[in-house]
Design a protein around this ligand. Sequence first.
Ligand code: GLU
Length: 471
Amino acid sequence: MTVRTRFAPSPTGYLHVGGARTALFSWLYARKHGGTFVLRIEDTDLERSTPESVNAILEGMSWLNLDYDEGPFYQTQRFDRYKEVIDRLMAEGKAYPCYCSRERLDALREEQMAKKIKPRYDGHCRALKEPPGADAPYVIRFKTPVDGAVVMDDLIRGRIAFDNNELDDLIIQRTDGSPTYNFTVVVDDIDMGITHVIRGDDHVNNTPRQIHIYQALGAAVPTFAHVPMILGPDGARLSKRHGAVSVLQYRDDGFLPEALINYLARLGWSHGDQEIFSVDELVQLFDVDAVNKAAASFDNEKLAWLNQHYIKEATPEHLARLLSHHMGELGIDPTEGPDLVAVAKVQQERAKTLKEMAEISAFFYRDFDDYDETAAKKNLRPVALEPLQKAREALAVLPAWEGEAIHRCVADVAEALELKMGKVAQPLRVAVVGRAASPGIDDTLYLVGREATLRRIDRAIAFIEARAEQG
Ligand code: GLU
């Protein structure tokens, strides 16, 4: 059997980490078994589905590198097919029109509640011979078996059994003719040949209803794996109030996709005490049936730790590709300035996130607005005037603008003034960077470039003189 899995998000919001984790598990399962991964957009809820949300899902998948082999398929483009299957169920006597009014259903529900029985449709229209009127509005219900039970062996949760008498006759087509989720999902999973349905466990209770529809259509029932939800650190379902939950928000906050992937895979799954997994390793080692049944708690600190690990380990080329997005967010076009790969290389050990890396790298591309107050107080004082002037003179005539020569030049100025290297390098750094921290002075000046270096030294000299005048 060729494994076929799918991710089937409803585009009613951003791609959140819970959805991404489910997508990841489906993707890994397909990749591990040499199967096919399908993306299907479940956009039949016309009021809540938005194109922005579709884009956010596609962008999130692409950022995480969860590539799909087929799709995206859109349910809204499959209405004819759903209609065809409903007609077939009707023709085979497996579905029926129900004309019950809202009033009747409300009264039924109240009566059942008063008798303390679970509210459910009573099958009133199952036996109806004639419609109550030619134009009477109706829904179509699926005839759920009245007796017996459905049993499924969930890959994560184990065996689950549901009594059929707990289930009522499900509406598969609304009054306006549109099909409902529990029906479309089955038609799609059959048509798309899905062998393993891996999804959030908020759908567990839908599964027995769906299994009946598979059976009524004479189709093989896929294997199910219901993935537990993610909780916030306080034990409540993960939501916005716990901080970022959207995948793209993690991207914008400066996380690496491989850090989030590693984190999401390890959330509720383990392999000995190994913490770091490359995607290839996950494809080999990850098993959805070894995922914990219990909900997992999201731990931002651990994700931050993984992120820093991946930043340190990444190749500068890879970092630069991702960093480019963050430079763009700051309004910087990194092609107009020093090579971003070289910048990523000197900043790699200095930032916890790519966002931070972009922020501390902006000075390579544009003049900063203000000096850091403390750094200026400490380093841009009258005693720094001479070292800055001498360094400026020497740097202006340096034959080759490259790291080693810059370093030697600064060291020579310090020696000539009988100062420690830091007494020249630190005022220079604040002059050029605006802050007291940056990579080595040689890398810093080299990447900033001669012209900007000299311009910023002039600005620092003027700044010191102006301050001195003010007393
Ligand atoms: N569209 C459903 C959701 O976003 C998922 C359906 C499924 O995976 O079966 O919750």
